[in-house]
Design a protein around this ligand. Sequence first.
Ligand code: PDD
Length: 259
Amino acid sequence: MADGVYEVTSVLDGKLIDFAGHAARLARSLSELDMASPCSDAELLDIHRELVRLNAIDEGMIYLQVTRGNPGDRDFAYPPADTKPTLVLFTQSKPGLANAPAAKTGWRVISVPDMRWGRRDIKTVQLLYPSMAKMAAKAAGVDDAWFIEDGHITEGTSNNAYIVKGNTIITRPLSNDILHGITRAALLRLAAGAQMKVEERPFTLDEAKSADEAFITSASAFVMPVVEIDGAALSAGKVGPIATRMREIYLEEMRKAAV
Ligand code: PDD
């Protein structure tokens, strides 16, 4: 049933980036699926810190997954509410994550139809279509795919999508159509603090292709510039100043607030 939810939290300087945001979204995903929480947020924080320590992670990620638990039978109905959920976490060491060379050259993306289900706001482990889209991007020789629905961009395979026009950052508003990115929330807060205009509205593929800049956000890529969409180069195929500045601000502020 793909009856599980997950979170990916990044680690910089041996500390967790935006742990509170990830814990809050996990609680929301669990609640939307009537799934029991395996432990308290305080215990979850302890487990994350213990894993960082045991695996000596300086830069990298922690993957967390909660599945509903083994009811001993297959049924479309959820198993009894007292079924014990299963919690699994692992770490991935990624030295140099914050200094990823791709941030200097930017990603190239293609557009693909958004054929995912209608509750993309729940962070479920049901990721086969995003995986197919990532393979389509690889086959096209680019870095990622942006999903299109009714002519508008929803998000990337595993990230939120943005375009920039002048001093304005444009991104799709929150709804069931996209994942409520934790990096997105921080980015929008920091952009407003840096006197940038933010417009939360749907944007079309054509608008994106003729934008001044584009970028994506996710816990693992932070803020990553996008320099090409369906073969159309943005800002002459070079990484734009606003995406670069937002990446710097994001990394600086989130490092300060890491726990
Ligand atoms: N992906 N949209 C989708 C569809 C995602 O899968 C993700 C995260 C995001 C960005 O959310 P956040 O900023 O909270 O990471 C948006 C994670 C990183 C993954 O699947 O590995």
